[in-house]
Ligand binder design. Sequence first.
Ligand code: PDD
Length: 280
Amino acid sequence: MRELANVNGTICALEDAVIPAEDRGCLFGDGVYEVVRAYQGRLWGLHRHWRRFQRSLREIDLQPSNLEDIRGWIEQTYRASQIPNATVYFHLTRGASPRNHSWSEALEPSFFMSVRPFADRGIVAGIRVQSVPDLRWRRCDIKSLNLLPNVLAKQQARKLGAYEALLVDTQGNVTEGSSSAALAILDRTIVAPPQTAAILPSITREYVEEIALELKLIFQERWLSLAQFRSAGEAFLAGTSDEITGITHVDGQAVGTGEVGPWTREIRKVYRQRIEQGKD
Ligand code: PDD
């Protein structure tokens, strides 16, 4: 078991990975990324993450000629790590060149990937979230490396004793978490924000939509104000890292009974079963 990196096709120990200081990812956040989990030696949902990665690349006009090689590197590097339960991160940037906002079409894109053991954050009894203004740009559907508003929001939430930020747009509607999708349950309806450019198309949310069908729950897209979200019977976060995580409190106020709700538990259970069965 070894923490590994891959830089432009070359595998090395993660601590030895080096990328150029003038990489545009570093200077401008000019690139896109994915985070994938591996369970029991298998990359979970890689085909879905790959589809989203390709879409993000298209949307920022970054078209590497070696896309199929990159897919191979991801699988080879993960296998070489022999880490059964891992977090796999990868990104592609527009490449390294002297700092200039515009770029040359001849620039070679730069790939970086890391594989580390998944660090369990030990969430069992649900989490608290803190509402924070959503200060992000108008293309949050692109999984861009520009995460400054996300990291500032998460830190603000942490300072106030919450696990995650709940981002609220200028209309007063809940968009998502800083690194997770945010959903509410009203009666037997899972309510998720409309899949617009205001939010990331979350892979875990996709699974939730499929699980809703299995559980005969309604899955509905509509905006919820912060007050509506807070007064839902149940609420939860969905994301690659924390899977399905019940929200017990919003801004210190209990959601429902103030404990993880029964439907949230059920959705989490079915999601975990799918992982165990490798049904991605
Ligand atoms: N974050 N919304 C945002 C803003 C995210 O950054 C993420 C994922 C999600 C959930 O998407 P998915 O279900 O595809 O993981 C929603 C990753 C894990 C991260 O940045 O670490």
